[in-house]
Design a binder for this molecule. Structure first.
Ligand code: ADP
Length: 919
């Protein structure tokens, strides 16, 4: 578009400039006609004539004249005329050197339509347009008659003629003879051709005077020859001999007369002006006669030469003025033309400028339009981008929703899986299995493990996405461990005739610290992929090696292999080479790589399509810093959760036994409740409830020693329930163990912030649950000990009062215990004080207070009150003189003998014995 605009602009500019040039061309006055003038020679007469033509040209700016002189050479003249014809002049003016010799060239000019104007001399051709004939005969006649008058009719005369064969020479001769014909005294003693030439005339005159010494006069056909004769006479010293010349040009003939070198000359009119006018008329198509006769003019002698020369001078002056004027005119004309040019150029520049501005405006408009277009496009692009963003967001949301759904499903799978594994564990540990049953139980257990592994993989992946995947490293005996992992695939290898081999380099470290569960998962993924993507009868090799500080676990197969492009992508999440018939989840390798990198290691692949693959897991060789870890952990082969030995049998139903701690389990899944009561029933009294609200009530009622809560429950979830329990004075001291399929750490954190004391995720290991429960109950004992030590059966010491109740269960409970002891102190003097009264003071029921105080101190509230009274009584006995009875009533005993009995029971002596012992 811009190109088209530019070319349009150039087009305009060229047109404008062309117009200007044409306009200027019109005003340059370029000649319309070109005339060729061919002179036979360049003597004075010819020069005079040429000057006259030039003068006449002043009035004919439309005519250009080209002058040529043949220098008395007829052939040269013919050539020059031919040249005029060739150049295509509009008219040719010819004065023939000789009558013959030009007919051909004149004919060719005529044939080309070029008119030929012959003047002065005749030509033997009929093809000329006009002949301007000068009266040469008249001229000769006037000379003859003048000769008669000059010499008184008696004289010997020598005639020097022009070129032999030229018409003027012949006619002048004839005229001269005619002029003297009436004068017999005039005798022409000699007549020779001088060829119009001065030197030749000189030599002729000299030699003829030798022959005719009595000669009185000479008649020369032109002034040039007359002057030659004059020189000859002068040289000879001949005086009184008269000379008549011809032509009478001011510069030669007239000057010779004035200087007395010749006696007279006869004007042969040059008529250059007339010749040009006639030519112009012919060119303009005016009627011009074919033959024009020009009469001869008068003689020039001493009597009129001055006037004529003066006239000539004046004419020259006028001509000069005219020429000057012409120059001025030309100059001003030139200026005018320059001005016009300037105006034209200015006009052109202006026009170009306007065109340029128009173009600029157009370009600006175009640019604005382009910009508008671009802005519009940008808007569209932005819109598209927003749309795409929205799509990505929706896609992300959808993916996320899928993942959340997937995670939730995985959670839901964990509970039944726990039940399955629990059931299998029980089955394995109860009756001895028959040979036929054992492989079934083993297969069931193995498949449950696989299922659990897959679920863990998905959940770990979610954890990794949430940035919450963490490592639990332990010192692992790497060779036996990896070998054991490999052996797990042995039966599969056997079934598919795959040669599965294990190699360990000799100098491997005994153990390496890593998260055994996670590395097992990586290894499992690599090995199961090797099996998945290898045909039967192939070979799979697991090898262990080390170099520097790195341990290499290699899994090599000679299966289908992976192309280089696919190799670059298999570690991307959800990427599967076979998209059409996927054989897995596509997260295995991406999670494996993440786990390797979390260990500061790497997972790489070398593979060739159709030849097989080698996956290398590189792990830094590190060891646990036992002290820093506090509790050193080490794993032994076969000790991992997945393969841990099954627990022993469980009692069928909980039996209330006061010696055993009471556990309350709240879970909406009755199967889980059953499993829990079976696991814990041995060591505890287990009360189970599926409704959380009922659970809350039962907790307040029984004030159990441990509460097990499921997190995901309808109505009130486990976390909320835990918070409620912890806020209740009656239950705040009870340890709470969260039990859930939800493995996400945020839930764990939330549970802890709500006061949970422990966390076990489903599917749980029987032993793990049992240990966690007993350790939590144990913890109570620790608290109890602490309370008993820091707050004995006396009002809390000074320091304890300033202790704030915090989130720490120990602090929280010592705060409660301090408040209880303050209540005891306030009411111990009153013998009617009961557990219920104390409980009411603390906002609890009697039973709750009893269970809670019992849990905290191992004593009932009444026992503590009694102990407190006894302690106080003992202090009073030691510090005062008060009587035993008085003291008994003061510390709230109903009677002095009861005090004595209790005192004796507690301290081994009666109050009197005690006082006596004090001295
Ligand atoms: P999947 O659950 O699909 O096996 P992975 O992340 O474990 O997902 O593996 C990603 C892809 O890498 C697989 O779908 C498979 O195409 C390719 N792959 C992994 N291991 C091997 C192997 N040993 N030989 C050939 N292809 C393999």
């Amino acid at each position: 578009m811009r190109h088209r605009g530019k070319s349009k602009f150039l087009h305009c500019a060229v047109i404008i400039l062309l117009g200007a040039v044409m306009a200027a061309g019109c005003t340059t006055g370029k000649p319309r006609y070109r005339i060729g003038v061919s002179q036979p020679s360049s003597d004075a007469w010819r020069s005079q004539m040429n000057e006259e033509i030039q003068r006449e040209l002043l009035f004919h700016p439309e005519i250009e004249v080209l002058f040529r002189s043949a220098d008395d050479d007829s052939q040269l003249q013919a050539d020059q005329i031919a040249e005029f014809v060739k150049e295509g002049v509009d008219l040719i003016i010819v004065s023939p050197n000789e009558a013959e010799g030009l007919s051909e060239v004149i004919r060719s000019a005529d044939a080309r339509g070029i008119p030929v104007l012959v003047f002065d001399r005749k030509v033997d051709s009929r093809n000329y347009r006009t002949y301007l004939e000068l009266d040469n005969t008249g001229l000769g006649r006037a000379a003859g008659e003048y000769m008669g008058n000059l010499t008184g009719g008696n004289a010997d005369v020598i005639e020097i003629r022009g070129l032999e064969g030229s018409s003027p020479a012949a006619e002048r001769h004839a005229g001269f003879m005619e002029g003297i014909s009436g004068m017999p005294g005039i005798r022409v003693v000699a007549s020779e051709a001088g060829d119009w030439n001065s030197d030749r005339a000189y030599r002729l005159a000299d030699s003829l005077l030798e022959l005719h010494p009595e000669t009185d006069a000479f008649y020369a056909h032109n002034d040039t020859m007359a002057l030659g004769i004059s020189r000859a006479l002068k040289a000879r010293g001949a005086e009184g001999v008269r000379i008549l010349g011809t032509d009478g040009t001011p510069s030669l003939g007239m000057r010779a007369v004035k200087e007395g070198r010749i006696d007279a000359t006869f004007i042969y009119p040059t008529m250059g002006d007339m010749v040009l006018r006639t030519a112009t008329d012919i060119l303009e198509g005016k009627p011009v006669a074919r033959n024009i006769h020009i009469p001869a003019l008068t003689a020039v002698d001493k009597s009129n030469v001055d006037i004529l020369l003066r006239q000539d001078e004046l004419l020259r002056e006028e001509t000069s003025k005219l020429m000057t004027m012409k120059r001025y005119h030309d100059l001003s004309e030139q200026r005018r033309r320059s001005q016009i040019w300037l105006n034209v150029i200015l006009g052109a520049v202006l026009a170009a400028g306007i065109a340029g501005i128009c173009l600029l405006v157009k370009l600006i408009r175009q640019k604005v339009r382009y910009q508008e277009l671009i802005t519009e496009k940008n808007k569209m692009l932005e819109h598209e981008r927003d749309k795409q963003k929205e799509l990505y967001r929706q896609l992300d949301e959808a993916t996320n929703a899928k993942l959340v759904f997937f995670t939730n499903v995985s959670h839901d799978l964990r509970t039944p899986l726990t039940l399955i594994t629990g059931a299998i564990d029980q089955l394995a540990s109860t009756a001895p299995l028959t040979e036929a049953e054992r492989p079934i139980v083993v297969a069931a257990r193995k498949n449950a493990s696989i299922l659990r592994r897959l679920i863990d993989e998905v959940l770990d992946f979610r954890k990794y996405q949430g940035g919450k995947l963490s490592l639990q490293p332990s010192e692992v005996p790497v060779v036996p461990m990896v070998q054991e992992w490999t052996e797990a695939f042995r039966s599969l290898a056997r079934k598919r005739d795959i040669d599965l081999s294990f190699h360990a380099a000799p100098e491997l470290p005994r153990s390496v610290a890593f998260d055994a569960l996670k590395i097992e998962r990586v290894f499992y993924n690599l090995l199961s992929n090797a099996f998945k993507y290898s045909p039967d009868n192939s070979r799979i090799t697991v090898s262990l090696s080390s170099h520097a500080d790195t341990l290499y676990i290699k899994v090599a197969d000679n299966g289908i292999g992976i192309s280089p492009e696919e190799q670059a992508r298999i570690f991307d999440r959800f990427y599967q080479v076979n998209q059409i018939r996927p054989t897995g989840s596509g997260i295995g390798l991406s999670l494996a790589k993440v786990i390797a990198e979390m260990h500061d290691g790497a997972l790489t692949v070398e593979s060739e399509k159709g030849k097989g693959s080698v996956f290398t897991l590189a792990l830094p060789i590190r060891h646990m810093d036992m002290e820093a870890e506090g509790v050193a952990s080490s794993v032994q082969p076969g000790e991992l959760a997945l393969s841990s030995p099954f627990s022993v049998g469980l009692p069928d139903a909980p039996v209330i036994d006061a010696a055993k701690p009471l556990v309350l389990a709240v879970d909406d899944n009755p199967d889980i409740l059953l499993l829990v009561s079976r696991i814990l029933g041995d060591a505890c009294n287990v009360v189970t409830v599926s409704n959380p609200r009922t659970g809350l009530k039962l907790a307040a009622k029984y004030v159990p020693d441990l509460i097990i809560l499921d997190i995901m429950m309808p109505d009130i979830d486990g976390i909320e329930l835990c918070g409620m329990l912890k806020r209740e004075t009656a239950t705040s001291h009870i340890p709470v163990l969260m039990l859930t399929a939800c493995r996400l750490d945020e839930q764990r954190a939330q549970s802890y912030s709500n006061g949970a004391d422990g966390y076990v995720s489903k599917p749980f290991d029987v032993e793990v649950l049992r240990t966690r429960c007993s350790s939590l109950i144990e913890n109570r004992v620790r608290i109890r000990k602490h309370l008993l030590e820091s707050a004995p059966q006396a009002p809390a010491p000074e320091g304890a009062a300033t202790q704030r109740a915090g989130g720490n269960p120990l602090e929280r409970e010592s705060d409660f215990y301090r408040r209880f002891m303050e209540t005891v102190e306030a009411h111990h003097t009153d013998s009617r004080t009961t557990t219920d009264k104390l409980a009411a003071e603390l906002g609890l029921s009697g039973t709750q207070l009893t269970r809670k105080i019992k849990a905290l101190s191992n004593y009932s509230p009444i026992e503590i009150l009694k102990k407190y009274r006894l302690q106080k009584a003992r202090r009073l006995m030691a510090a005062t003189d008060k009587g035993i009875s008085e003291i008994a009533y003061e510390v709230g005993f109903t009677s002095p003998p009861y005090l004595t009995k209790c005192f004796k029971d507690t301290y081994g002596q009666t109050p009197s014995e005690y006082r006596a012992s004090l001295g």
